[in-house]
Ligand binder design. Structure first.
Ligand code: NAP
Length: 230
């Protein structure tokens, strides 16, 4: 049975990705920073599959990620797939001129370093072949025009894209592919009610990359299962 760890999976795109992969027969570890929300999400997922577990893990904190990885080591769990989905978009994120470096650091700490922490701590627990998928955003694209919305968030996703390419290079010898996904604008707490895409659509590309996509695809960014420009 293949196994997957998904960060920030108590709601939104992460939860839906967990649900779809559970239905595809994966053993799913959902992780999140809030015990009560995580346990509610686990109860919902248990209606769909017996092979789901929850692990408390705040990706913004070194200790929390290391503790979670130690738990996996003690239990000798090996992972086929890691999906770095946890992310924040703060309402105060309107201007790089007005938001100080602590603000920028907080956004980057979760959206970019969060994935780095998880990859560093969990890669030793991955099988060969393995797959890592980082949930990015079109907002991080260097080829699209700058949109004037949530600049700290956009910068954090550009950084995540760059980490994706470098980890793909470093992990190629370990048989681990590393890719990024732009889910599009999705109806979630983050995306809001006006977003045109459903969570089902928002989860599709990472579900494909975790399961049916050719393993040789690495160091790329995808939207709707097709490669897009960085
Ligand atoms: P969401 O509904 O706000 O869910 C975000 C998830 O991340 C929640 O489970 C949240 O947990 C978790 N999270 C935040 N900080 C965390 C931390 N420090 N440790 C662990 N978990 C943490 O957002 P979403 O729309 O599903 O977004 C999922 C991913 O897709 C994000 O990376 C986002 O940037 C990306 N994305 C979304 C859209 C969109 O239109 N929705 C577009 C492009 C990219 P809590 O419940 O505890 O806050």
């Amino acid at each position: 049975m293949k196994s997957v760890l998904i960060t920030g999976a108590n709601k939104g795109i992460g939860f839906e990705t967990a649900r779809q992969l559970a239905l595809k027969g994966f053993y799913v570890f959902i992780t999140g920073r809030d015990e009560a929300k995580l346990s509610a999400a686990l109860d919902k997922l248990k209606n769909e599959s017996a092979y789901v577990e929850s692990i408390l893990m705040d990706v913004s904190k070194d200790e929390s990620v290391i503790n979670a990885a130690e738990l996996f080591t003690e239990r000798k769990v090996q992972l086929d797939v890691i999906i770095n989905n946890a992310g924040i978009l703060l309402k105060e994120d309107r201007s790089l001129l007005q938001n100080d470096l602590d603000f920028l650091q907080a956004v980057i700490n979760t959206n970019s370093y969060g994935a780095v922490r998880v990859i560093q701590a969990f890669t030793p627990l991955m099988k060969n072949p393995g797959r890592i998928i980082n949930i990015s955003s079109g907002g991080g694209s260097m080829t699209d025009p700058v949109g004037g919305w949530s600049p700290a968030y956009c910068v954090s996703k550009t950084l995540l894209n760059s980490f994706t390419r470098h980890f793909a290079y470093e992990l190629s010898g370990r048989g681990i592919s590393v890719n990024a996904v732009c889910p599009g604008w999705v109806k979630t707490d983050m995306g809001g009610k006006s977003a045109p895409r459903s969570v089902e659509q928002g989860a599709e590309t990472q579900v494909w990359l975790a399961s049916d996509a050719p393993h040789k695809l690495t160091g790329k960014i995808f939207r709707d299962k097709s490669e897009i420009k960085w």
